[in-house]
Write a protein that binds this ligand. Sequence first.
Ligand SMILES: [Zn+2]
Length: 151
Amino acid sequence: MKEAIRQAKKAYALGETPIGCVIVYEDKIIGRGYNRRTIDKNTLAHAELIAIKKASKKIGDWRLEGCTMYVTLEPCQMCAGAIVQSRMTKVVVGCMNPKAGCAGSILNLLQMPKFNHQAELTTGVLQEECSQIMKSFFKELREKKKNNSKI
Ligand SMILES: [Zn+2]
């Protein structure tokens, strides 16, 4: 999770919502990603999808069986869907996202019994650190907006 947080900080430095993700296979990181939605002007450029793409390339298969994803924020519906599609074995989440999360907050797409795959799920890992990055990012953003409106 510490490496996922490092990825989130890369997004932060670019002015992107700080979300980071890594995928681990046999104790090795095989995919990293951070949110690049705004700079890439791409809805699909979420940290999880970038990490999945890299992990699949590394492993040479779309199936990520035996892999564990560490992500700083609870995945959205798109990413949770991709996680199920990739057959990811396990997902470890930092902090939850009550407004958009689909690993338990709004839905739990990762563990719907009717789908052909369910992922193991652990939440709240380094939760405080993960949510602190988000909080300071949005606080900074609000302050910037406030200062701009004064000009
Ligand atoms: Zn997402």
